[in-house]
Design a binder for this molecule. Structure first.
Ligand code: R5P
Length: 290
């Protein structure tokens, strides 16, 4: 038996206990577990994240740069705040000693040979918990052929996520023939947030991106999209965070770069330290030439 406690004196009666708000936009009413997971994805100091997206294989197989995840991706993964991938790649190739946040792709079905919007949920919450996921990602095809089905996938996942305290990332997927403008992205992002997504991934547009972030009540992360020159990708990431994005979720513009290790560090400086694009590109070149 331990000795009985002596009466303590440190009650600080003149210091009321502080109620702290949560650093992420629109997330203050979430439960502790959900907030804790979001704090693993988003850096609480900068309020932003660098997510490295390597989930492309779920519909297009061994994408250029992702042929050998063990050789191409594991060396750069420690520089990401968050790794976004499928459970198959996580279990087969990522060491369990990897401690960065994991966001798992939770929708799928059609391959690039079929209609991509015809997705269904592709994993359940129990497996997400087993894999210690920080969040789950689901594709939402606003304006797509299977729009309602994809929205329903998201709302079901949000219900399950709320039950288990796992945030849901809604990924706005744009059909090839749809206009990629502010009006479309305002519509798509707002629908995802209204129906419960905890954060949203969407594309940067040069005109009106700030209206997309302003009208979305939860954090937005910028999608990378197809490979463009490094300086342009760094400029796009810079503009996105200056115009209200809470970070980036980039894949090909990092792992298809001439130097992925240099690129991810330069993106990190843009996102977390507001490094301007010209300086970030210099940083990229310096690291690349080392
Ligand atoms: C996009 O819809 C999927 O989530 C992708 O597999 C991936 O996240 C896209 O990343 P990026 O366009 O930056 O290569």
């Amino acid at each position: 038996m331990p000795a009985p406690d002596k009466e303590g004196k440190q009650f600080y009666i003149d210091q009321p206990q502080e109620s702290q708000g949560f650093f992420l936009k629109g997330s203050n009413s979430l439960d502790w577990g959900m907030k804790n997971r979001l704090s693993r994805i988003f850096n609480p100091v900068s309020g932003r994240t660098v997510m490295l997206a390597i989930d492309h294989g779920y519909f297009q197989g061994p994408t250029t740069g992702l042929e050998r995840i063990d050789l191409n991706i594991l060396p750069i993964a420690p520089y990401a705040d968050t790794l976004m991938l499928t459970r198959g790649i996580l279990r087969s190739l990522v060491p369990a000693s990897y401690t960065r946040a994991i966001v798992l792709r939770a929708s799928g079905g059609p391959s690039i040979l079929k209609e991509l919007s015809n997705e269904q949920l592709a994993m359940d919450m129990e497996d997400a918990v087993r894999l210690n996921a920080a969040a789950l990602a689901v594709q939402v095809f606003i304006g797509g052929e299977h729009e309602t089905q994809s929205v329903h996938n998201m709302t079901r996942l949000v219900d399950m996520g709320n039950r288990f305290g796992i945030p849901i990332l809604a990924v706005t997927a744009v059909g090839k023939d749809m206009a990629r403008d502010a009006r479309y992205f305002r519509l798509a992002c707002r629908i995802c947030a209204e129906l419960g997504a905890h954060y949203v991934k969407t594309y940067y547009i040069p005109e009106g991106f700030e209206t997309v972030t302003a009208s979305c009540p939860v954090p937005i992360v910028m999608a990378g999209g197809k490979k463009i020159p490094e300086q342009d990708a760094l400029t796009m990431a810079y503009n996105a965070v200056q115009e209200g994005a809470s970070g980036v979720d980039m894949g090909r513009n990092i792992f298809q770069s001439e130097s992925p290790v240099a690129m991810i560090q330069a993106v990190g400086a843009v996102v977390h330290e507001n490094l301007e694009p010209a300086k970030a590109y210099e940083m990229y070149l310096d690291l690349k030439n080392k």
